[in-house]
Ligand binder design. Structure first.
Ligand code: ZN
Length: 716
């Protein structure tokens, strides 16, 4: 045993680090701080950093303070570096002195924490730069042509390859940035291309590395690539190259100056993004934006289900829809304070989920003649940050208490290629399940299939497998064990039809659990279908039906083709399995709910799971269109958030939205056994409410919700 091991085994790890002269690790408080942040981003892919460098550290820090941010994110680099680097990264031609150092000094004086933004192979090599190194760093097509991409509408860039010497240059850049006293290192990437991210790289380094490992060249996508070759290349580029690179950087930081490391994993639910499964390597990640607040809350909970710190942008609504522009890479305005109450809803949604806030960004106020609070959006940012600061202890203490786990098919997104599969609408199933459960006041939590484990499943009273097509034999086994041990499973449509790489099975992987066998591996699409229930009632059925034969259990509904007076057979089957119960629905009814919000589907699906979930529910709420509940709790506080997305948005995506208040929302909160209520109040208005408890339930009528309110119940 070495001296170091001896000290560590005796619990003296810190002393050991000290003896060896290692710099002190980040304090626990930094690791704690990242869970609830108020970060102002200085974005450098646009003014005031690029193309012209107008940045001024003093002005930036003043804006951060006026907005009540508690920290700033400084861009060490974007298309250029914004500090005097010797790494070889191109430096902005207008750079004078060291604005990074100056920013860090001013932030420290102002009591602000600092986050370094470091791009990991985010495209930066301007094709017009005439830099001779770029040819050796570029990602290449099979014919040798370098791959290029656009980004923000300013220029075209070569895409870099992580197997080329650009990798060492980026590592040098990271080491230089780490030598500055940043509190947190945040990485954008690792990227392996942008517009050509899904094109295989044929550069000399990739060809050599691939041949060394597999004894054959990189598969040529211009020809037919077998599924086995696709799996081999994809896993190699994702795990051996991109994620291994992030892991290497994480370990370097741990050994040099240990600070929290987060990265951009907005691609978590995108198809075959190389870094999407890098979450376990880091302390946390950014899940940037979403098109709707409902989608955002879903994403934030999915992020938190990983057990990692989750950050999100507030302010992404400022993206212009650019509908009449020919080139949609030209994005409109980066440096103007776009006014909108959507910012308030964006902030409230993030706060309901208790994630870290990152406002994007500084550029909105940098060029304005007055301070940020002279503009609506500046006032809104401050309002969001003030709320976060005021309730900091509470927001950090509470967490989600899900009854149902929604199995989200990351593997299906990556690999399934069925003829009737519409990738861009695939998440309508998981999101529909989420909305349906929320609308029935059953608290859900989405989680990722590739993170499934027996422990994770055991968190939930039921699992909703919403068209989880691609599941491995081992995952099917975990779900079967979960039910056998008393769990409840609702599975829909093509769940378990294929293995984790999309290779279609001869029958459901969960055939025995469902008590069903499919009659063909593709669904059928027929208009005007209905579910005929045992009562005789006919309710709308998904027009895309997956046909099966029931081999056990009770058929709850059959599919009726009204136009042809035909009965297509079993549509829903329910059975006991071991100590648990299973319902299988041979269609994606939850996707139809997401697409229609039909009242009868809401009550029907709610009724199916009600016997499983009603006894253990934490709250009830009358359904009000646009109002979404979100329940959180700590040991002594119950917190029922109400998000009111009741705006005037029309069919044009990202047009501005204005909101209306919702009045008199009736809800009930269950008081846990053995506890009593000390106080009931509203988090925003501050109003005190009566605390009368009847039969273990507290009745609460919330008089008014404009965008957000939360019922706070303090327990004794
Ligand atoms: Zn390459």
């Amino acid at each position: 045993m070495t001296r170091r091991e001896l000290l560590q085994s005796a619990g003296f790890a810190l002393a050991a680090a000290h003896l060896e002269g290692a710099p002190a690790p980040a304090t626990d408080s930094t690791y704690d701080w990242i869970r609830s942040t108020r970060i102002l981003i200085a974005e450098a892919y646009n003014p005031p950093f690029y193309p012209s460098l107008d940045y001024n550290a003093e002005k930036a820090v003043r804006i951060a303070r006026e907005l009540n941010a508690d920290s700033m994110r400084y861009p060490a680099a974007s298309y250029f570096a914004y500090f005097p680097t010797k790494s070889g990264y191109p430096v902005h031609p207008e750079l004078k002195g060291d604005p990074m150092r100056e920013t860090l000094d001013l932030c420290r004086k102002a009591g602000l924490k600092t986050v370094a933004y470091v791009p990991l192979n985010h495209p930066f090599m301007d094709v017009t730069a005439n830099d001779p190194r770029y040819a050796g760093w570029s990602k290449r097509f099979a014919n040798g042509k370098p791959m290029t991409t656009e980004h923000y509408g300013y220029a075209e860039y070569f895409e870099g390859c992580l197997n080329s010497p650009v990798r060492d240059m980026i590592k040098a850049l990271v080491r230089e940035v780490l030598a500055y006293p940043f509190d947190v290192m945040y990485f954008d990437g690792p990227y392996e291309g942008m517009q050509n991210a899904k094109n295989y790289c044929h550069c000399q380094y990739c060809e050599a590395a691939y041949r060394a490992k597999f004894g054959k060249p990189v598969p040529n996508q211009e020809e037919k690539v077998s599924r086995e070759d696709e799996i081999r290349y994809t896993n190699w580029m994702a795990n051996d190259v991109a994620i291994a690179f992030l892991r290497e950087i994480r370990e370097t930081i741990r050994q040099t100056r240990d600070v929290p490391v987060l990265f951009n994993d907005t691609s978590l639910l995108s198809r075959r993004e190389w870094r999407s499964r890098a979450v376990p390597v880091v302390d946390g990640f950014m899940f940037e934006a979403a098109e709707t607040p409902e989608e955002k809350l879903f994403n934030m909970q999915l992020g938190q289900s990983t057990g990692k710190v989750t950050w999100t942008y507030v302010g992404t609504h400022t993206q212009y829809n650019r509908e009449h522009l020919k080139d949609d890479k030209v994005r409109g305005w980066f440096s103007y304070p776009v006014e909108s109450e959507e910012l308030l809803l964006d902030g409230a949604t993030a706060q309901a989920a208790s994630v870290g806030l990152v406002y994007w960004g500084l550029s909105r106020f940098f060029y304005q003649p007055q301070g940020p609070l002279a503009y609506d959006s500046g006032k809104y940012v401050k309002e969001i940050f003030d709320f976060q600061q005021k309730h900091d202890a509470l927001l950090r203490a509470v967490s989600s208490r899900p009854q149902a786990g929604i199995l989200v098919g990351g593997q299906t997104i990556d690999w399934y290629t069925g003829k009737h599969f519409v990738g861009k609408a695939y998440l309508n199933a998981a999101r529909g399940a989420y909305q349906m459960l929320k609308a029935n006041a059953f608290e859900p939590e989405p989680f990722l299939d590739w993170q499934m484990s027996a422990e994770k499943l055991a968190r939930y009273q039921m699992i909703y497998a919403a068209n989880a097509v691609c599941l491995s034999d081992a995952q099917c086994g975990m779900l079967a064990d979960y039910v056998r041990d008393g769990g409840k499973l609702l599975a829909t449509h093509l769940t378990s039809v294929a293995d984790e790489y999309g290779r279609v099975r001869k029958n459901f992987g969960l055939a025995e659990v469902f008590g069903a066998e499919f009659t063909g591996a593709e669904p059928v699409e027929i208009p005007d279908l209905y579910l005929k229930l045992a009562s005789g009632e006919e309710i709308p059925q998904d027009p895309q039906v997956f046909r099966f034969r029931a081999t056990g259990g009770q058929v709850l509904a059959e599919t009726i083709d009204r136009g042809r007076r035909a009965n297509l057979g079993a549509a829903i089957v329910k059975r006991s399995y071991g100590k648990g119960e299973v319902i299988y629905i041979g269609s994606s009814l939850e996707a139809v709910y997401e697409e229609t919000r039909m009242k009868r589907l809401r009550s029907f699906l709610g009724g199916l799971v009600s016997p499983w979930l009603t006894p253990g529910r934490s709250y009830e709420i009358e359904y009000r269109s646009g109002v979404m509940p979100h329940f959180m709790a700590s040991e002594n506080v119950l917190l029922l958030h109400l998000l009111a997305d009741t705006g005037d948005k029309n069919k044009h995506l990202r047009t501005r939205e204005e909101f209306l208040p919702v009045m008199e929302i009736k809800s009930r909160v269950r008081v846990p056994g053995g506890r009593s209520v000390r106080a009931v109040s509203l988090l925003r208005s501050g109003e005190r409410l009566p605390k009368t408890v009847r039969d273990g339930w507290l009745d609460v009528t919330v008089p008014r919700v404009f965008i957000h309110e939360a019922v706070r119940v303090d327990l004794v």
